[in-house]
Design a protein around this ligand. Structure first.
Ligand code: CA
Length: 686
């Protein structure tokens, strides 16, 4: 009693001096975050972004009893890529259009919802759907990067807006899809847009006030104007031509990690804008800092080191993919490493203290480079990789051997798990390319020369059709431990747990669990809508739960789907012994290809196709896969009548995110597009 009172008095005394608080300071809470308290406080669970939960209540002995406990329909279609944050029984997650949801994990009810009201006309500024990868939580505030470029701070209890700041020039096609990270009281956020022609950067804002602390550009601007810093001056020496007129690219749209001990923030950067280097930097050059990993002092925004995975990128080989930090025993030495499996198909292990390349090996089929030279740190490109003489099938392709879907690292097994894929695409010179400020401008001549020039190498037979692959990778010995081939190329991000489980959602609507040691599929359940988001796990009242959000879409999902229908995004939560009713298999309505009473004008088809490719083809298909989140126009009842014009020119479906094109297309051009669509349907219908 006396002891306890003394302690209380001392605590009161310290509190009044402001020396001691019952709650840990917010920065220390984050640096020590590792999931042992049952929370999921940071995007990748911890600052090292391992996505490795120490929770072991769910294991391979009881996983047969893992069942649905509850679900919450979020009421929104379009893609969901969010990793939720969980603190003390409340979950914070994001849906399409950067809408934030706070959910009470005891009552399973929505606590609040915040819609930043992103103008629907901004939808067309993104290459890859109006997705969002989640919020950050810091000192009672929730931070979300809105699709239209605003960074917004909300009261975590009420969802009320505390501040917002515009992080981009909204006259340019910038978007935010990534989750902010908070480091040392600053909110860090980048952006996307390299397919449309922007200059990449990321910035830090004061978490309390929203005031900008620093900004780091990832590519140099016009050398006729003063450089922002010496690093930009150095980077400009690696560019030629007038790259700044096209933006240059290098957008930092996803990956970050932080080492509190070294006080280094690691950021991955994106592809060149346009893709083909001969268009943006005709005299060659490495084009720093495209496709690079940058180590930044988070207090000042100064660069400490850089490593470029793909010098002079010409393939959309971003290095924005998940970055994982670990301490590994390599050749008898304990090394502080940074690991990344970027789009280009090599698995990189770097010394994160100085950026030195330790090793790099192919984790999928790769033909653009033979190897990475450990002395120079540079890839040894194959002679035809730059598709300057002929069209070439390049593996991997722009979808990447690995894209944004997060990996997971089990430090006890020493394995990195990669949601990978085998892909290839044909790349060629686009002789007609010119900078299109408003459109998807890659500069890569797809289909241009196929049939007239030799396409090499022919890897289609070798690797079969495109497929997904879940890989367990040993980063010390740089080799595959096991892998599972999957039917679809666009499966979800990963979660690893200390009970040696791997969880993954799939494009065909299943939530699956694998034995992390053997790769054996040990549990799965049907949710009937494609899953891209990574699952998370946490405790509520001492019980372990597993949550995942369904929600099909993304760049690939706009045009394709692998379930019968696409249902609205839903938060599903599982536990051992959960016995809530699972969703029923939805019944897909049979549809017929359009059969309009229209006489196709043969003279309009070619122009219609050109316009279709420029304005429609990034989101829609015609009589192919039935479409993904965006309808297959071969089945659209709008085609072949007045409604088509109402939609395309007058914005009838703008509230759904279908852009309005009256500023770019004439009535006659809209008709030409219809002639093209109907002609294609008629040809396929035959
Ligand atoms: Ca890209």
């Amino acid at each position: 009693m006396i002891k306890s009172n003394t302690a209380k008095i001392i605590t009161f005394f310290l509190l009044s001096l402001g020396i001691f608080s019952c709650q840990m300071p917010p920065d220390r809470t984050l640096t020590s975050a590792d999931g042992t308290d049952g929370n999921w406080l940071l995007h990748g669970l911890n600052y090292a972004e391992t996505r490795f939960s120490p929770l072991t209540q769910i294991d391979s002995s009881n996983i047969d009893n893992l069942g649905l406990d509850w679900k919450l329909d979020l009421g929104m279609k379009r893609g969901i890529e969010a990793t939720p944050i969980v603190k003390d029984g409340i979950m914070y997650l994001t849906g399409p259009w950067s809408v934030v949801f706070a959910v009470d994990l005891s009552t399973h009810q929505l606590l609040w919802q915040f819609d930043p009201d992103v103008p629907k006309s901004f939808g067309e500024k993104g290459c890859c759907d109006v997705v969002n990868r989640g919020v950050a939580l810091y000192d009672g505030k929730i931070y979300v990067g809105a699709f239209d470029g605003r960074l917004i701070a909300l009261d975590a209890q009420t969802g009320e807006k505390i501040w917002e700041t515009l992080t981009v020039d909204q006259s340019k096609p910038y978007t935010i899809t990534g989750a902010p990270r908070v480091v040392n009281g600053k909110v860090i956020i980048g952006n996307g847009g390299a397919e449309f022609g922007v200059r990449g950067y990321f910035s830090a804002y004061d978490a309390q006030t929203g005031e900008q602390a620093w900004r780091f550009y990832t590519v140099p601007g016009n050398p006729a104007e003063p450089f922002e810093n010496e690093v930009m001056e150095m980077a400009a020496d690696t560019w030629t031509g007038e790259w700044w007129t096209y933006g240059g690219g290098g957008t930092a749209w996803d990956a970050m990690a932080y080492d509190p001990e070294l006080n280094l923030l690691y950021v991955g950067t994106g592809n060149g804008s346009p893709w083909d280097r001969t268009k943006r930097s005709p005299g060659g050059g490495d084009n720093l800092f495209l496709s690079s990993i940058l180590a930044i002092n988070p207090d000042t925004g100064e660069m400490v080191w850089h490593y470029q995975t793909t010098p002079g990128d010409s393939w959309d080989f971003t290095a924005t993919q998940h970055i994982v930090l670990a301490d590994l025993l390599i050749k008898g030495k304990q090394r502080k490493v940074l690991m990344q499996a970027p789009k280009n198909g090599f698995f990189y292990v770097l010394d994160r203290t100085n950026g030195e390349l330790i090793s790099a090996e192919k984790f999928t089929y790769v033909n653009w480079a033979d190897s990475v030279d450990l002395k120079t740190g540079r890839p040894v490109e194959t002679q035809w990789a730059r598709y300057d003489q002929a069209n070439v099938d390049i593996a991997p392709n722009y979808d990447g051997a690995h894209n944004w879907q997060p990996m997971a690292f089990n430090p006890e097994l020493g394995y990195v798990f990669i949601p990978a894929r085998e892909t290839f695409s044909n790349y060629g010179q686009d002789s007609t390319w010119k900078y299109n400020e408003e459109g998807f401008g890659t500069g890569v001549g797809w289909n241009l020369a196929i049939g007239s020039l030799e396409s090499k190498p022919t890897i289609v037979d070798e690797k079969g059709t495109k497929q997904g692959k879940l890989i367990a990778w040993d980063p010390v010995n740089q080799k595959e431990v096991w892998s599972v081939e999957q039917n679809n190329i666009w499966n979800g991000g990963l979660l690893a747990t200390a009970s040696n489980l791997i969880f993954q959602g799939t494009a065909d609507g299943r939530l699956t669990a694998y034995n992390a040691v053997s790769g054996e599929l040990i549990w799965e359940t049907e949710l009937y809508t494609g899953i891209m988001a990574p699952p998370i796990t946490y405790l509520v009242d001492g019980v372990q739960y597993l949550s995942v959000i369904t929600g099909w879409g993304g760049g690939y999902g706009m045009k394709n789907k692998h379930t019968d229908v696409v249902l609205p995004g839903t938060l599903y939560t599982f536990k051992i012994g959960g016995d809530a009713e699972l969703p029923q298999k939805p019944i897909a309505l049979a549809r017929d290809l359009i059969n309009p009473d229209w006489e196709v004008d043969p003279n309009s088809i070619a122009m219609g196709e050109t316009l279709y490719n420029q304005y429609c083809g990034t989101c829609h298909v015609v009589a192919e896969t039935g479409g993904g989140v965006a309808p297959d126009l071969g089945y659209s009842i709008m085609v072949g009548n007045q409604a088509f014009e109402e939609v395309v020119l007058n914005g009838m479906l703008l509230p759904n995110g279908m852009p309005q094109f009256d500023d770019r297309l004439t009535k006659k051009e809209v008709e030409q597009i219809q002639h093209f669509i109907i002609n294609r349907v008629m040809q396929i219908g035959k």
